[in-house]
Each structure stands twice: as C-alpha cells, then as structure tokens.
Design a protein around this ligand. Structure first.
Ligand code: GLC
Length: 454
C-alpha cells in the first residue's frame, strides 16, 4: 500500500486548495513586511544585551503551565490526529462547531496553575492544525469568527494576569490547514505569501494583548531560519515587546532551548541562554481520551527538582477538553504537586545550578551555600552523600522543621536519626548549610576510598 503523508497531500493540493478551504480566507500582510528584492540574506541574530535582565523572572519562576487547546481538544484523539489519521481539511474544520469553551474556562486554568505553584503559563495560540485561537484580520479560521465566537487568547491572557501569572504564547509555524503551509518549501511565491501571513499573525499576537512574557515557537517544518526570515521575525517581536523572551524553535538559538519529554541539563559553557523542559502529564499534549498513562505526582516533583538542579525550568502540560475543562487526573496531579510546593517551593524558585548530583534516592537543589537534599525514595534512619567537598555547618528537615544530626568524614556526609517513614512521600527535604558552595566528587571517593590490602 502506498504510504500517504498528509504533508504530501497538502503539497499535492496545490492552488486548488485555496478554493477548497474557502470557508477560511487568508489575507497577506502588506509587502512592507516581506523582504523585497529576492532571497532573504541570513543575518546573525544579535543577542539582546539585556538577556539576563529579561530572563531574571523566568529563572526565578522555574515552573510553568503549558496548555494545548484547539480543535483537537474537541476530537480527543491527540493534537496530531489531523495528520496521523489523514483527516481532510474540510472535515476537520467542522470541529469548530463543537468547540465551545465554557464561560470561565481560563480562570480555572490560571487558578489551577497558581495553586500548583506555577508562575507562568504558555497557551497554544495556533497549533499545527492552523486554527487561530485569537482575533485576527488575516484569516477567518479563528475562534472569534468560528464556533467559539470569541477570542480565547484574550480570555486566557486576562485570566492569567488576574492570578499574577506571567503570560506566554505558543505558536506553531508549521500549518496543516493553510494551502501554502507545505508548498512554501518548493514554491517561492507561496513561501513569500506564507511568511508574510506567519509574520502577520505573530505581529497581531505581540501587538494586541499588552505585555507578553514568552513567545514559544514550535515546529519550523518545512522551512529553515532563512526561509522563515526568522531574524526579521524576532526583530519584529522585540520591537513590539522589548522585554519578551523567545525560544529556539524558529531555528534560531533564541533565549532558551526546549528539551522535550526529558529533563535537560546545563548548556555549554559560555551559553547564556536558559533551558526549559516541556513535559506531558500523560503521553499527549492535546486532549487524548484514551491515553491513561498518567504520571505520578512524585514523578512530576522529581522532574521539577532535576530541572532546578541543572538551572532549568519545567513547563508541565495540561490538555483540556473542548469545553475547557481539565481532565480529572491532571487536576489530581497538579493539586498534589501544589501541596508539596507550598511547603518546599523555596527550594525550587530562584535556585542556582547545583553541582551535587549523585544519589540513587535523592535529587539536589542549591541556593548559594545551602544545599537541599530532596529524598524521594525514603530509605529511613539515615541518608548520606558521598564525596561532598565542603564542610556541613548545620542541617534540618525543611519538611518538618526538625534539626538533623550529622557526621562528616572526608568521604561521606551522613544525616542521622531520621524517622523510619518519609515525612513527605513525594520528597522529604533536608536543608543543609555548608561552608562554601557544595560540590560533589564521587570519582575521588572511588579512587581514594580506604581499603585493606588488595
Ligand atoms: C512537538 C509536537 C507538538 C507539541 C510540541 C510541544 O513539537 O509536534 O504537538 O505541541 O511538541 O513541545
């Protein structure tokens, strides 16, 4: 059987598709935004000098909420269903009739985020399906002009701000709906039109909603940075939002990198960008009714600790239903994580990169000379750290407030007299005051550990 790729189908549809999707009209931006005079030249992206300042709140925040919301939320078969199931554009478009977010959908998200200890939110304004959740003059395929009958991004922005959340926009460059979305790769006129359309939509997003804190590009297929005119795209964004931070998925390095579905690690020496792990609570970003592979709250807390350990952020996703309600298992996980954060959030927010890393039952975070040992697999009685190259001055259990006794040799720091059962089953935290920045050297322990004979 011939393998039939939806992207190929889009390409093959060619100009006819303009008529086929006439339910949604596309307008191009005025030519002033299209590079005139032929092929755009690659220009080195000048790192804005104030990156550290722009990103200060983000490093402090550590924990954010990702929200995948679109027509796929109605279908409930994952946000890639349109492509993976080869759903025709005209059929897919009809989903908008059932896309009816309830009146205060976004308030509930923002409250949930706050209660979970998150400090910012990033919502899909347009996913690969091409449907714009916001008001735009450039297409009729958008929430105010279709089923929802209102600007969902506006509701989101207002709700997020009301809860004190920083506001982020996700935007997918790849577009399965727009007739130029695939053929822009091979047809120069289509590329020009589609790049103007894309820059135009992004301009609306960064112009119409006040201060936006994060722009989260996604999937640059089928163009590269040159094809998307990404330098120009970022410049336009920074012109409108001088304090914004942008990610790396428009094929430029941006302000932060985006490891997906795994915990990242510190970037190369000299790289001043940040990094943010994005993660699903089950295995899907968009609502997928059959996906029951829910992560445990403990797994989420552990990931968050590991991100903070490496100086990174954790962007945890929810995939609401078409009415905006959040699946119960996601509420359960976020509520449990929130309870843990209430007591232990101070060990996460604004933490520094931590060079104590090795334990089979704990993760570590650090603030200055204070080391936090997050014991997620509680062994009872005592815990120990090998190769800690600093002097421990004092220790207490942050979870209970109790002081903790300790013994330290050159090879091992041992914290004793601990209860048999974990005081917090997600992760019990020991706050360990050290003489200098805590550093661990386990190789040195392996080489020099005292031994008899042999
Ligand atoms: C991938 C997926 C997309 C999802 C994104 C989140 O790029 O294609 O569906 O939105 O990851 O990072």
């Amino acid at each position: 059987m011939q393998k039939f790729d939806r992207r190929e189908a889009l390409k093959m549809m060619g100009t006819g598709a303009v008529v086929a999707v006439s339910g949604a009209n596309f307008a191009c931006e005025s030519s002033s935004h299209v590079q005139s005079g032929g092929t755009p030249q690659p220009v080195a992206f000048n790192t804005p000098p104030d990156r550290a300042q722009r990103m200060a709140w983000w490093h402090q925040a550590r924990f954010g909420m990702f929200i995948h919301f679109g027509l796929y939320s109605v279908l409930g078969r994952h946000e890639w269903a349109m492509e993976e199931e080869g759903i025709p554009v005209l059929e897919y478009m009809k989903l908008d009739k059932k896309f009816k977010p309830k009146p205060h959908f976004a308030e509930a998200w923002a409250k949930l985020a706050k209660q979970a200890g998150m400090k910012y939110m990033v919502m899909t304004t347009k996913h690969h399906e091409g449907f714009c959740n916001f008001a735009t003059d450039l297409t009729t395929y958008c929430a105010p002009k279709q089923g929802p009958g209102r600007d969902l991004v506006k509701s989101y922005v207002e709700a997020a701000r009301a809860e004190g959340m920083r506001v982020g926009f996700y935007y997918s460059l790849m577009d399965w709906h727009h007739p130029d979305g695939a053929r822009c790769a091979t047809d120069p006129a289509a590329r020009k039109r589609f790049v103007a359309y894309t820059h135009g939509l992004i301009r609306e997003l960064v112009s119409n909603y006040g201060k936006i804190d994060v722009l989260w590009y996604d999937v640059a297929w089928p163009l590269d940075a040159r094809g998307w005119e990404s330098e120009k795209m970022n410049r336009m964004v920074f012109n409108h939002q001088p304090e914004i931070i942008v990610n790396n998925r428009n094929k430029l390095p941006g302000d932060f990198s985006t490891p997906e579905q795994h915990v990242g690690g510190p970037l190369a020496k000299g790289d001043t960008r940040g990094w943010e792990t994005c993660m699903t609570i089950n295995d899907s970003w968009g609502f997928n009714k059959g996906d029951d592979d829910w992560k445990y709250p403990k797994t989420i807390v552990r990931d968050l600790i590991h991100c903070s350990q490496g100086g990174g952020n954790y962007l945890l996703n929810i995939g609401p239903l078409g009415d905006g309600s959040v699946p119960e298992p996601e509420v359960h996980v976020l509520t449990a994580v929130g309870k843990w954060m209430e007591k232990h959030g101070s060990t996460i927010y604004g933490s520094d990169v931590c060079r104590v890393t090795n334990s089979t039952y704990a993760g570590f975070t650090r603030k200055g000379n204070t080391l936090y040992m997050h014991v997620y697999y509680w062994p009872g009685e005592y815990v120990a750290i090998g190769g800690l190259k600093t002097k421990v001055k004092s220790a207490r259990m942050l979870t209970t407030g109790q002081n903790v006794k300790f013994e330290q040799t050159e090879f091992q720091a041992k914290f004793t007299g601990l209860p048999q059962r974990a005081p917090d089953e997600l992760a019990t935290v020991l706050e360990i005051e050290c003489d200098s920045e805590p550093i661990q050297d386990t190789l040195w322990v392996r080489e020099d550990r005292p031994r008899d004979g042999v």
